[in-house]
Design a protein around this ligand. Structure first.
Ligand code: G3P
Length: 215
C-alpha cells in the first residue's frame, strides 16, 4: 500500500518527503484554506517537492465548470489529478476528463455503489472517507473492504485511496483491507513512527554505550 500525505502544508510535505516514504499528496479546499494561500500557489509549491500524484479539488457543481477547473488544475503540473465530488454532474465530468487523459480522484465517496459508479465512469482514483463514516456510527473501513473486494473481482483498475483517516490503526486497517493507497494526515504519519519501546531501547543502548566507549 502506498502512503500519501493528506495536507496542503508544504513544510509538512517536505519533512515527510525526506523520510523517503511519500508516494503522493491529497488536498481539498478545507486543507488549502488552513494555509492562507491560493490553491495555485500551494499546488505549484507541492509539485516542486513531490513527483508522485497530487490531488487538487474542483469546486464547481456543474459538469462544464468541473471540466474547466480540472483542465486548469491539471495544467499546473503534469502529476496533478483532479478531485471531483461524487454527484451525477461529477460522474459526467470524470467520464469526459478520462477520455481527455486528465486523471481524476472521485471524492466524497461513502458507499461501494458510489465507488462502482466512479470506476465505471473511468476515475483514476476513488476516495472512500473512512473517518466521516465512523463519525456517524457506520463502519468506514468495511466500505473500503467492500470496494477493494468488488474491484478485485472485476479487475477494475481504479485505485482505492482510503481517506479521512484519523489514527494509526486506520492505516493498518486500510493496508489489511487491500487499499492501494492510504492518504494520511501529518499528525497520524508522525504517530506511525513512534513506539515507546523504540525510545526505551535507544535510551538503554546509549546508556550501555557510555560504559564501553572509553575501553
Ligand atoms: O482526503 C479527504 C480527507 O481530507 C477528509 O478528511 O478528516 O476531513 O474527514 P476529514
Amino acid at each position: 500500500m502506498k502512503l500519501f500525505l493528506d495536507t496542503a502544508n508544504v513544510d509538512h510535505i517536505r519533512e515527510i518527503n525526506e523520510w523517503g516514504v511519500l508516494s503522493g499528496v491529497t488536498t481539498n479546499p478545507s486543507l488549502v484554506s488552513k494555509e492562507g494561500r491560493s490553491m495555485r500557489e500551494c499546488l505549484e509549491e507541492i509539485a516542486g517537492i513531490v513527483s508522485g500524484p497530487i490531488s487538487a479539488e474542483a469546486v464547481s457543481q456543474d459538469t462544464e465548470g468541473m471540466i474547466r477547473e480540472a483542465r486548469e488544475l491539471a495544467s499546473i503540473a503534469e502529476n496533478i489529478n483532479v478531485k471531483i465530488p461524487m454527484t451525477p454532474q461529477g460522474l459526467a465530468a470524470v467520464s469526459r476528463l478520462s477520455k481527455e487523459g486528465i486523471k481524476t480522484n472521485m471524492t466524497l465517496v461513502f458507499s461501494a455503489n458510489q465507488a462502482l459508479l466512479a470506476a465505471a465512469a473511468g476515475a483514476t482514483f476513488v476516495s472512500p472517507f473512512v473517518g466521516r463514516l465512523d463519525d456517524i456510527g457506520n463502519n468506514g473501513m468495511a466500505v473500503v473492504e467492500e470496494i477493494v473486494d468488488i474491484f478485485d473481482t472485476y479487475g477494475l483498475t481504479t485505485q482505492v485511496i482510503a481517506a479521512s483517516l484519523r489514527h494509526p490503526m486506520h492505516v493498518v486497517q486500510a493496508a489489511r483491507a487491500g487499499a492501494h493507497i492510504a492518504t494520511v494526515p501529518y499528525e497520524v504519519m508522525v504517530r506511525m513512527v513512534q513506539h515507546p519501546l523504540t525510545d526505551i531501547g535507544i535510551r538503554k543502548f546509549l546508556e550501555d554505550y557510555e560504559k564501553i566507549k572509553d575501553l
